[in-house]
Design a protein around this ligand. Structure first.
Ligand code: ADP
Ligand code: ZN
Length: 709
């Protein structure tokens, strides 16, 4: 296989290895084959056409439906030193002309266009004149009426193959079932395309479902766990978005809301603020998120049950694109089901929508590994339980609940199956609400038999009774409850049933908090450094007018905070630091890290590089070797060895202050004579013990780095 893609991955993107699938896709495009790529959000689709674009001569044309997305991608490419541009209505005709000249000169590697723009006569004429190296169609599901986001203009993209039969087309999407897949191939006339389907599993997203009780309080505790981190809270209605955002604001959190009912300008502003890390929390309807490339979203909360699994998975999929952990929590209540049922019934495809609602309801009520259910839904078989969902981490405990169930069924029967869940619980708990007395419900035999069980726990049990098919909801009769045949069997003692016990008191959405161990000094040290680097990143991003993650993604900063790169060579090893970014930002970040290492009060010898940098700092302040030894309470030989290390890292280039040219020459002679360049003793002896160990060590480092050895 061609090794060029890998070296480009390192050089331009700063990554060492390809993610699953990427390399084969790149080779397919390089061989001029058409390709269809199905990969989940965050899987790393962009690189699959960006690397061929860099390798192939000419300009690779990328068709993308959203201007915000184009802008983001172009900024990210430029930050990596790759020549890319987009054409849309915001460009002046002068700028457009310049771009065209650049393309004619084969200087532009990637051009982003909307489908409308591409299909315009003038654009087609321009593209005909230049060397087009390939076409990428992002969000390719928009081409199919079977997809969930059909766009008229996308359906005309078959023009690519009729006009440019020999130019490779790569279509990419995160959501495509079999029908959509086939349709994309058919519509684009790419019948011979290589099809690449990646796993949809995103192990870094934790999965949790919580009962929808006291939701706001639980949301607050999740947000508290993610101080300074970005997250999205999805709500069902516009009104509740505004309310929740307002409440969070009143409670001292920085949150904004976003929904389709707002003016475009305001929506754009909210989106920008989120992307640029100005506002960390967005409370939104599902209108939010499409076309957001932000890689460092650390939590996604569903305040309400989503309509279907596709939508849910896409929404949580916006979290953790950088591969770092993202916490997702879904709050599930019966009220949501009622509302969503009404939506579904009023829709054009009522039957389909209801079936989809049923599937997500089953997911929310599941007592087996949730990821298994999700993957099964997308046609994948997860061999093992995931270990990163609430069911895996906290397996539900169940016990015989026949008597409890009989209480509820008996009350229901006595009330002639004409009541809903709320009334049933009130009766069971012997509530004093006046309507019960007015209706005479307080007269029945089972009134108050379940008063020892809390309202929430009753909800929990009744939900499970529904799940077990012991009762059902008569949706056509004001949602009253009916006892099924299976329910009758339990009522008359013919069958026993186990139910999952309710959560312990106080057990709310802090599943992950519970297992979090105490932080070590080292972790605290790294977290503080991460915060400092994040502030620096934000300053740079603001001065350049780009989102912070365009400067460096979170995982690069995390790695810096853990590895403490203090030299250019070390910085180049950090994931996400390509040659261009190294030249652009390397020194600033190194200086910040050095400063922190030198100044931090934390005394922990396991902190990488700290001791050397402290010595470096003292040298820079003009201290002599003996002064440093004294100040730091270490031997002079140790100081010499520090300097040797610093020389090898190119942090000190001038060594003559510590060891003269003459001494270096003598050391070189001794190395040649003894054939020894790592063990100091033979050299020391050879030089008649006239040059001390510290200097020898330093001399060797100098010879090594100056290529004299
Ligand atoms: P998608 O378009 O599939 O949602 P992106 O192309 O935006 O995903 O990639 C998601 C993130 O993963 C980006 O931050 C990208 O830089 C990163 N990424 C892509 N490929 C690799 C790789 N081989 N190694 C490390 N990170 C990668
Ligand atoms: Zn699991």
């Amino acid at each position: 296989m061609d090794s060029k893609p890998l070296s480009i991955l390192k050089k331009h993107f700063g990554y060492d290895t390809f993610r699953p699938g990427q390399e084969n896709i790149i080779q397919s495009v390089l061989k001029q084959k058409d390709s269809l790529v199905i990969m989940p959000t965050g899987g790393g689709k962009s690189i699959c056409f960006q690397i061929p674009a860099i390798i192939l001569e000419g300009t690779f044309v990328v068709i993308s439906p959203l201007i915000a997305l184009m802008k983001d991608q172009v900024e990210s490419l430029r930050a990596n030193g790759i020549d890319a541009a987009y054409i849309n209505s915001t460009l002046s005709s002068e700028e457009e002309k310049e771009l065209i000249i650049k393309m004619r000169d084969e200087k532009l590697k990637l051009l982003y266009l909307s489908p409308e723009k591409l299909l315009s006569e003038s654009m087609i004429r321009i593209l005909k004149e230049i060397n087009v190296s390939g076409f990428a169609i992002d969000e390719a599901h928009c081409i199919s009426v079977w997809g969930h986001d059909f766009r008229e203009e996308y359906s005309k993209l078959n023009i690519l193959k009729t006009q440019w039969p020999n130019v490779p087309v790569i279509a990419l999407t995160a959501t495509a079932d079999k029908i959509t897949r086939r349709d994309i191939i058919k519509q684009l006339h790419i019948d011979e395309a290589n099809v690449f389907i990646s796993s949809f599993n995103r192990p870094n997203l934790s999965l949790q479902v919580q009962p929808g009780q006291k939701v706001y309080r639980q949301v607050k505790s999740i947000v508290d766990r993610h101080k300074n981190e970005s997250g999205i809270i999805y709500c069902l209605s516009r009104k509740s978005c505004e309310e929740v955002a307002l409440k969070l604001g009143r409670d001292g959190y920085k949150a904004a809301y976003y929904h389709a009912g707002m003016e475009t300008a305001k929506r754009t502003k909210v989106q920008e603020d989120f992307i640029k890390d100005n506002v960390p929390i967005i409370v939104a309807t599902i209108a939010f998120g499409m076309g957001i490339d932000k890689s460092n979203i650390r939590f996604v909360i569903h305040y309400n049950l989503p309509k279907n699994i596709e939508g849910y998975y896409q929404e949580i999929g916006r979290g953790g694109r950088d591969g770092l952990p993202c916490e997702t929590v879904l709050f599930y209540s019966f009220r949501d089901i009622m509302i969503l049922r009404d939506f579904a019934e009023g829709s054009k495809q009522a039957e389909l929508q209801l079936a989809k609602l049923k599937r997500i309801q089953q997911y929310a009520e599941a007592e087996v590994c949730r990821r298994k259910i999700l993957m099964a839904y997308f046609g994948e078989d997860l061999k093992q339980d995931c270990g990163n969902c609430d069911v895996c981490l906290n397996p539900p405990e169940s016990k015989d609940a026949t008597i409890t169930i009989q209480m509820a069924l008996s009350a229901l029967k006595r009330l002639k199956e004409k009541i809903g869940i709320g009334v049933l619980i009130d009766v069971l708990r012997g509530s004093q609400k006046s309507y019960l007395f007015e209706q005479g419900y307080n007269q029945i035999k089972t009134y108050g038999v379940g008063k020892d069980i809390s309202y929430e726990d009753w909800q929990h049990y009744i939900l499970q009774m529904l799940h077990h098919g012991l009762i059902e909801i008569a949706y056509d009769q004001k949602h009253v409850l009916k006892i099924t045949d299976a329910g009758s069997d339990v009522l008359f003692g013919k069958r026993k049933v186990n139910l999952v016990l309710p959560y312990e008191k106080g057990h709310e959405a802090h599943l992950y908090l519970k297992t979090e161990p105490q932080k070590t000094k080292k972790q605290e040290f790294e977290e503080a450094l991460f915060d400092i680097l994040r502030v620096l990143r934000k300053q740079i991003a603001d001065s350049k007018g780009v989102p912070p993650y365009v400067v460096f993604p979170d995982n690069s900063l995390k790695e810096m905070a853990a590895e403490h790169p203090v030299s250019i060579e070390e910085m180049a090893e950090i994931s996400g630091v390509g040659e261009f970014k190294l030249a652009e930002y390397g020194t600033v970040f190194i200086n910040e890290i050095q400063n922190y290492l030198a100044k931090s009060e934390v005394q922990n010898t396991s902190i990488k590089g700290k001791t050397y940098i402290q010595t470096l700092h003292l040298i820079k302040e003009g201290n002599s070797i003996s002064e440093i030894a004294k100040a730091r309470n270490i031997h002079e030989t140790t100081v010499y060895s520090h300097i040797a290390y610093l020389v090898e890292k190119h942090l000190i280039t001038d060594v003559n202050e510590y060891v003269t040219i003459e001494e270096i020459n003598q050391i070189r002679g001794a190395v040649e004579a003894t054939g020894q360049n790592t063990i100091l003793r033979p050299i020391f002896d050879h030089l008649d013990e006239k040059i001390d160990f510290g200097k020898i060590r330093l001399g060797l480092s100098f010879l090594k780095t100056s290529g004299n050895q």
